[in-house]
Design a protein around this ligand. Structure first.
Ligand SMILES: [Zn+2]
Length: 372
């Protein structure tokens, strides 16, 4: 039987027998997708959505037949187009317990999910809150925000670009700083660019839904360099200007890598810099923040290499003393799925310096921190 559907004309009787009876570009199809998803978000199961849609279409005088499978198709289509958003829950009890244990933290959010995207979403929401504070409480028209690298920071940047759509109550100019250069040693790594904070800019450039002006200050430098190279690089045109502005960075966003083969970029330096690596092992390295190793013991003085980043960890602590906010977003390791409780504990229990003011963390890690 020929397809007699005539799009958008309410009184046409439309019957479809082909499994591909909907054309995705069809305006009526889009309306049906919206209708199905609307009923879904009201909490109706797909089984019931069929009859609810049929009833609504009758009211709208659109005479088409919704089959049992259609609601599933509409919902699956919306999901494939990233039109459906799942808002992951936060765990109120664990959040309150963690706040009580670490009163030095200005905000805490424990996410009731282990998925990296869910944790990145809450991280992005926390950044949005910080931007709003800078706008509403501190009356800032311009704010500088620095991003560390890594896969989870990239996902957070993407989620943030979405969350800031049509948002008015943030500073009118946001300057995005890359806090590190490229840390990948080889270009055979298919994801080489995806961990480099210099590439996160792409989510914000010419984004038509943003009501603020985006500016960007990258850091074009290798990730790990010798002390002499670092000194030289910091004087170079294009790098010096970025370092001159770093005292104005008021929000720092970072994740943390836990120590282990393949779990932190550092381990990939084993071949390139075995001495440096041995020093980290000897100092009982538990992971890294902003590419700087966090160790249980003191690192032997002046290790041969230094990460080329906008701030050392002592300088991050100094920024906090000058009222900057440092958001740490911790989820399970993207490689092995293990909790990053050892690195988080080392950061939170560091009595000599404060490295974090705001924390977003997965529930499993929070539980382990609370137990320990
Ligand atoms: Zn791991």
């Amino acid at each position: 039987m020929a397809n007699k559907r005539q799009t958008g004309r309410p009184k046409d009787k439309q019957r479809h027998e082909s499994s591909h009876r909907w054309s995705h570009g069809d305006p009526l199809f889009q309306q049906l997708v919206a209708m199905a998803c609307g009923f879904l978000t009201e909490g109706n199961p797909p089984k019931l959505i069929q009859s609810l849609m049929q009833k609504r279409l009758k009211e709208l005088r659109i005479d088409i037949e919704i089959t049992r499978e259609d609601p599933y198709r509409f919902i699956a289509y919306a999901a494939s187009q990233k039109q459906l958003r799942f808002i992951p829950p936060s765990d109120f009890t664990l959040t309150e317990q963690l706040k009580a244990k670490y009163p030095i933290l200005q905000s805490v959010k424990v996410v009731g999910s282990n998925a990296m995207d869910d944790i990145a979403y809450h991280g992005a929401a926390a950044v949005k809150d910080l931007l709003r504070i800078h706008y509403a409480v501190k009356s800032k028209s311009k704010v500088r925000i620095g991003f560390g690298g890594g896969y989870s920071s990239r996902r957070l940047s993407r989620a943030l670009a979405e969350l800031l759509q049509q948002v008015e109550d943030v500073p009118s100019t946001i300057v995005f700083h890359a806090l590190a250069g490229g840390f990948d040693l080889d270009d055979v790594n298919a994801h080489a660019d995806s961990t480099n904070p210099n590439s996160f800019w792409s989510y914000f450039v010419d984004n038509p839904g943003h009501r603020f002006e985006s500016q960007f200050m990258g850091l074009s430098a290798p990730g790990l360099v010798t002390w002499e190279e670092a000194k030289y690089l910091r004087q170079l045109r294009g790098i010096k200007e970025v370092f001159d502005k770093r005292e104005e960075v008021e929000i720092i966003v970072s994740s943390a890598g836990h120590w282990g083969e393949g779990h932190t970029q550092y381990m990939r330096y084993e071949k390139a810099a075995p001495k440096f690596n041995r020093a980290l092992v000897a100092a009982e390295c538990v992971g890294d923040v902003l590419w700087h190793p966090v160790t249980r013991k003191k690192m032997p003085g002046n290790p041969a290499l230094v990460p080329m980043t906008l701030f050392t960890l002592d300088e991050v602590s100094e920024r906090i003393r000058n009222n900057a906010r440092v958001l740490l977003v911790i989820g399970p390791c993207g490689f092995c799925g293990e909790s990053k409780n050892s690195i988080l504990r080392a950061i939170l229990d560091d009595g000599s310096r404060k490295l974090v003011t705001d924390l977003v963390v997965d529930a499993r890690c929070a539980l382990e921190i609370l137990k320990g």
